[in-house]
Design a protein around this ligand. Structure first.
Ligand SMILES: NC(=O)c1ccc[n+]([C@@H]2O[C@H](COP(=O)([O-])OP(=O)(O)OC[C@H]3O[C@@H](n4cnc5c(N)ncnc54)[C@H](OP(=O)(O)O)[C@@H]3O)[C@@H](O)[C@H]2O)c1
Length: 265
């Protein structure tokens, strides 16, 4: 990141992992398999379970990168400071690596950003960033920020490449994290992906994750199933050739599986 702090090349997503056993088991398994970045959020209701799994894993804290996010009900300067403390308390993992504004809530987001700058300056997290910000939101933030976000977390897949936004973030020196990198499995039946999967003897999930990493993004796949958690991590032993990257790039169709923030003023 722009401040010299590094993050692993891929993370593990935890949205919709039910609080309690489902989330605990999945995150613990992910850590055992080798994932070292865990992406949670106050909104997911599972920060306590994520923290439990991290402690239970026995892996030294400094080898794991933990992201959590400020939810929409907690915007504002004082509110954001308090929300951060609640996340710290629920996670109970010594420190948070990355704190993100989850959604560009109209008006209130500016004061929240000032709170995140304070949290960062006070050394209470190693990096701060945003999620679901469009170019317009980033331009507006640039005009007031003293510390620019180090990360932007958005939906990114071959079917939704957001090229202008990606270029804009790169010009600002931001790292791009790719959420819903598996299209929530909705595009696994795509003709080209199926053909490529058979030819390369890799699953559609592995191809999508490899594409994401080769684009320079940090994908955050989620699964509740041990065998898929493992499958999604087996992407460090192959590479997509230029032609296949180009073919995947040609699948752009502006298809989203998650939220569209473009209407937020
Ligand atoms: N900042 C934001 O606003 C935002 C928004 C969305 C997501 N995110 C983050 O990004 C993470 C990932 O995104 P996501 O959860 O939306 O979707 P995703 O990772 O694209 O897809 C998850 C879905 O795919 C299935 N799946 C996983 N691996 C598979 C495989 N190998 N084969 C077949 N199916 C597979 C999972 O089912 P099973 O569990 O049954 O395997 C689950 O239903 C989230 O968990 C969250 O941490 C952030």
């Amino acid at each position: 990141m722009a401040n010299g702090v590094t993050m692993p090349p891929m993370g593990f997503g935890t949205y919709r992992l039910r609080e309690g056993e489902e989330c605990r088991k999945a995150v613990l398994h992910a850590l055992q398999v080798g994932y070292r970045l865990i992406d949670t959020a106050a909104m997911y209701g599972n920060e306590e379970d994520v923290g439990w799994a991290i402690r239970e894993s026995g892996i030294p804290r400094k080898e794991i990168f933990v992201t959590t996010k400020l939810w929409n009900d907690d915007h504002g300067y004082e509110q954001a400071l308090r929300a951060f403390e609640r996340s710290e308390h629920r996670l109970n993992v010594e420190y948070i690596d990355l704190y993100l504004i989850h959604w560009p809530v109209m008006r209130a987001r500016d004061r929240s950003w000032v709170a995140l700058e304070r949290i960062y300056r006070d050394g209470r997290c190693r990096a701060i960033g945003v999620s679901n910000y469009t170019i317009k939101h980033l331009e507006q933030l640039s005009s007031l920020a003293e510390v620019m976000p180090m990360v932007e977390q958005i939906e990114l897949t071959p079917f939704l490449q957001q090229r202008d936004l990606v270029d804009h973030c790169r010009q600002l020196g931001m790292v791009l994290q790719a959420y819903s990198p598996l299209t929530r499995a909705k595009m696994f039946g795509d003709k080209f992906l199926v053909e490529m999967s058979q030819r390369l003897e890799r699953t559609p999930a592995q191809i999508l994750l490899r594409w994401s990493m080769q684009k320079g993004f940090v994908p955050l796949p989620r699964s509740s199933r041990p065998e898929r958690i493992e499958e999604n991590f087996r992407i460090f032993d192959f590479q997509l050739e230029r032609d296949d990257m180009d073919r995947l790039d040609s699948l752009e169709s502006n298809s989203r599986v998650s939220w569209d923030p473009s209407g937020v003023p």
